[in-house]
Design a protein around this ligand. Structure first.
Ligand SMILES: NC(=O)c1ccc[n+]([C@@H]2O[C@H](COP(=O)([O-])OP(=O)(O)OC[C@H]3O[C@@H](n4cnc5c(N)ncnc54)[C@H](O)[C@@H]3O)[C@@H](O)[C@H]2O)c1
Length: 345
């Protein structure tokens, strides 16, 4: 079988911790051929550590050697690099969020369509075992029509103190774009892409802009911190559906908490851990699941789905048009917070 030649662009944390190890587990399908980073020393270090044969200082040169790339740079460069790769006939898995703006996301989709290449985004929560079970339960009508969705992506005092996460110019935002986006994406996917009609949002930065913070994830500079550390939103969709959304890096709460729960007409569910809430035989009826198969390697599942899609052997789990809608909603939340009014979509 022909191996897919894979290149890595941006050899930092997520490339080394998730993508490269996942591709290495797929040796029967992928050959890690090349790596590129503006920080050449980091590219060389990754190449040595993972035995990647080619290091490039320029991504245009890398495109000539590969069939596909995985983009792991700060968000500001996602669209520019993805469009260049797609125009060179190279398939793209781009880390989340898809890009800084909806316009950039659309340019990526247009390039993928024009050059008939595969484009997917690293919304890996969809590949998690619980998420897959929840999707099947909803498709099989266990909860009936969804009505109300609650999302909480909450951390207590964990502003990432490394990398460029607190830099608006390079990342476009903070807790929403970094963490909240995963749960927002997962909720939209589970709800089968409902059409949003109105968004009310508030973004906060006051805690992290105050000097002397107690922070569990390293140190950051409160003076240069210029992104959100806490975001709330109320999203109204067509057909009466609504979502209460909250995410934070640094809330003053008892403990970290990742919640996605959906109440439908006939039942409800929570995704983490997966539980189903129904009423049967005159009683309230709760179901838990015993997930089989050991540790949940969602990074591997993400990599395999992308590789198989490039080979024409699978359909993408994360379609780029869906990822664009996440960015569109995040833009609306930020716009609502800035103007103090709701945004009609
Ligand atoms: N899916 C997830 O859960 C998850 C987790 C962490 C990060 N991410 C995403 O991954 C991306 C990278 O994050 P990270 O934590 O690996 O950051 P990082 O800072 O550890 O690594 C980024 C790397 O990109 C390089 N780089 C910067 N500009 C570049 C350019 N123009 N061309 C080539 N290389 C460039 C940097 O030198 C650095 O080595 C971000 O988009 C982030 O949102 C996703």
């Amino acid at each position: 079988m022909t191996l897919l030649k894979m290149g890595i662009i941006g050899a930092g944390g997520i490339a080394q911790d998730r993508h490269i190890p996942s591709y290495l587990k797929l040796k029967n399908k992928v050959e890690l051929t090349a790596v590129q980073d503006v920080n050449e020393a980091r590219a060389k270090e990754a190449a040595e550590k993972f035995h990647i044969p080619n290091v490039f200082s320029n991504y245009h040169d890398l495109f000539k050697e590969v069939d596909a790339v995985t983009i792991c740079t700060p968000n500001k460069f996602h669209a520019e690099i993805a469009v260049a790769a797609l125009e060179a006939g190279v398939h793209v898995l781009c880390e989340k969020p898809m890009a800084m703006t909806t316009t950039e996301c659309q340019a990526m989709i247009d390039a993928a369509n024009r050059y008939d290449s595969v484009l997917s985004i690293g919304y890996h929560f969809r590949h998690m075992h619980e998420s897959q079970v929840a999707k099947k339960a909803i498709i099989n009508n266990e909860i009936g029509d969804p009505l109300v969705t609650r999302v909480q992506a909450m951390r207590r005092r964990k502003v990432p103190g490394w990398g460029v996460f607190t830099n608006k110019e390079l990342q476009g935002g903070g807790s929403l774009i970094d963490f909240g986006c995963h749960l927002l994406d997962l909720a939209l996917w589970l709800l089968d892409d409902p059409k949003p009609v109105e968004v009310m949002g508030r973004a906060y930065d006051r805690l992290s802009k105050t000097p002397g913070q107690v922070n569990d994830w390293g140190e950051f500079d409160h003076e240069t911190f210029n992104v959100d550390d806490h975001v709330t939103a109320y999203i109204a969709f067509e057909n009466g559906l609504s979502m209460q959304f909250e995410c934070s890096w640094a809330a003053n709460i008892k403990e970290d908490n990742t919640t996605l729960s959906i109440s439908g007409v006939d039942g409800g569910l929570s995704v983490f851990p997966f539980e189903l809430y129904q009423a049967k035989y005159g009683e309230l009826w709760d179901s838990q699941v015993k997930l089989r198969g050991g540790a949940d390697d969602f990074g591997l599942k993400q990599a395999e789905n992308f590789v198989d899609s490039c080979m024409g052997a699978a359909d993408l789990v994360v379609e780029p048009e869906q990822a664009l809608k996440v960015t569109q909603l995040m833009e609306a939340i930020y716009a609502s917070s800035k103007t103090g009014t709701s945004i009609k979509l």
